[in-house]
Design a protein around this ligand. Structure first.
Ligand SMILES: Nc1nc2c(ncn2[C@@H]2O[C@H](COP(=O)(O)OP(=O)(O)OP(=O)(O)O)[C@@H](O)[C@H]2O)c(=O)[nH]1
Ligand SMILES: [Mg+2]
Length: 476
């Protein structure tokens, strides 16, 4: 079991030597008008470089760790550039694990840029995207899953996406994975030990305990992998396509859900042509609602293109709301269409909305699962939408009430490794029941360990690291 440890050491050591020789600087805050901006420098010369540009009551380089200093950044010509507060951290107790100085200066387009120029003049190099976080990873401040959570946190577009990323950043997810990995590592070591003593026919690893552990691992891996559907929707937002025949009230429903008159509503069938999109956050999740052209055969070329797009939009939806005009007699052709649409969508959740309940509250069966409402009334009375909202929050994003209790996977890279680990564990279980030789079992366990280690970065390659950190912005 020493193989993955040495893999890790060699890959990390070579990456470290490539990237950590110099001190890096960047603006850490977004461009634009703001009260404050932050420029930071990290590396073995950070204090020397920070000191060279700073004039305060005492030199920064001599200051103790974790201290804050008021003063000025001055240019090479001695002229003051901005009034700043410099915060100083000493290795290893800093975000990157290196010496770090952070200058809080005034916001706007100029001050931060000039301070950065001063730091570069004083010997720092402009940081690559994500390089601060990459250094934190290489210095053991964060594992890879936590480092990825930093990018997700920054990109979070909804309250829940933010919370899931924060849970991942604070290490809850990594903890679950590393506990699992450690347990598998322990039994894998025993199996390998048995192989060393193969002539003596001994069993160090209790087979019933091993079966129990592998069964538990299989279930946990399956649970994590299956949380990805919800996780992805929470991270990227849920695309809800509203379809149905002309005049059913699709645009009225869109307006009611988002709370403003986004789409044109009219009694003329065929009003909506292009897709109309509007966003709303519901229950902490970001939804993008897409109103489409009413589905019908039409001789109008423009409307026909709208219908073609509407039909294509249904196939790219995460969730479909199919609106039926409930005030009209049941159209058996439409019932057949709804049945075939459900089949076509497969696992994509779909709900039939029987609209215009204010005109007729007759229950029309034959559409499968449905919700009756009045989109017109819902525009002024949000309570009318409650059954739809309740269904959406569970159907679309799954049961996320457990987001704090058990980790939700949001990263496709992780799912691939989780699925590969899961396959290896299932194979190990099969080998165990069939009593096959220990070396096959050892191979399965090693594979599972390798896959789990790839998520948290115990095992990694420069290519993977490069790919992950290039997603970051400069300064992070
Ligand atoms: N009484 C009543 N009328 C509604 C309701 N929902 C929509 N309508 C009316 O039905 C007509 C069509 O509504 P739209 O929202 O434009 O219908 P649509 O499905 O977007 O139609 P197309 O864009 O033509 O496909 C309008 O006159 C709406 O005011 C409802 O719940 N009750
Ligand atoms: Mg419309």
């Amino acid at each position: 079991m020493t193989r993955d440890a040495s893999d890790h050491e060699s890959s990390v050591a070579s990456t470290r030597s490539l990237t950590q020789a110099d001190s890096i600087a960047a603006i850490a805050t977004a461009r634009g008008l703001s009260a404050l901006a932050v420029v930071r420098v990290s590396g073995s010369d950070a204090l020397k470089i920070g000191s060279a540009v700073f004039s305060g009551s005492s030199p920064l380089a001599d200051a103790p760790a974790n201290t804050v200093h008021f003063g000025y950044v001055t240019g090479p010509d001695g002229k003051r550039i901005d009034q700043v507060v410099a915060t100083l951290f000493r290795a290893p107790r800093s975000s990157t694990g290196e010496d770090v100085v952070e200058f809080s200066c005034h916001g706007g387009e100029v001050a931060a840029r000039l301070i950065l120029e001063c730091l570069l003049n004083a010997g720092a190099r402009l940081a690559d995207p994500g390089e601060f976080t990459q250094r934190a990873f290489l210095n053991g401040k964060l594992d890879l899953a936590q480092a990825e959570a930093v990018a997700d946190l920054i990109h979070a577009g909804s309250t829940l996406a933010h919370r899931i990323s924060l849970n991942q950043l604070t290490g809850r997810y990594s903890q679950v994975l590393s506990t699992l990995r450690q347990e598998l590592l322990d039994v894998a070591s025993l199996i390998e030990l048995e192989l060393d003593f193969s002539e003596e026919d001994v069993e160090f690893a209790d087979r019933s305990q091993l079966t129990a552990l592998l069964t538990r691992s299989r279930d946990l891996l399956a649970q994590l992998a299956s949380s990805y559907r919800s996780g992805r929707l929470v991270r990227d937002g849920v695309r809800v396509v509203i379809g149905g025949k002309p005049n059913a009230g699709k645009s009225t429903l869109l307006n009611a859900i988002v709370g403003f008159d986004r789409a044109i509503v009219s009694p003329t069938p065929g009003t909506t042509r292009d897709e109309i999109e509007a966003e709303a956050e519901i229950g902490g999740v970001r939804y993008s609602f897409v109103d489409t052209a009413g589905l019908r055969e039409t001789g109008d070329e423009i409307e026909a293109e709208g219908v073609r797009r509407a039909s294509a939009a249904l196939d790219t939806a995460d969730v479909v709301l199919y609106v039926v005009d409930g005030s009209l007699p049941v159209d058996t052709g439409e019932q057949l269409f709804v049945t075939s649409l459900r089949r076509r969508l497969g696992a994509t959740p779909m709900m039939v909305i029987r609209n215009k309940a204010d005109l007729s509250n007759e229950v029309k069966s034959g559409f499968g699962e449905s919700i009756q409402l009045s989109a017109t009334s819902a525009r002024s009375n949000a309570a009318e939408l409650s059954p739809l909202v309740d269904w959406l929050t569970t159907a679309a994003a799954g049961d996320l009430s457990s987001a704090d209790a058990s980790p939700i996977v949001v990263n496709q890279r992780h799912v691939q490794h989780l699925n590969a680990a899961s396959r290896a564990v299932i194979s190990a279980l099969e080998n165990l029941t069939q009593n096959v030789s220990g070396d096959l079992l050892a191979i399965d366990l090693r594979t599972a360990l390798h896959e789990l280690g790839s998520i948290t970065g115990e095992i990694t390659s420069e290519d993977v690291l490069g790919q992950i950190f290039s997603r970051f912005c400069i300064g992070k």
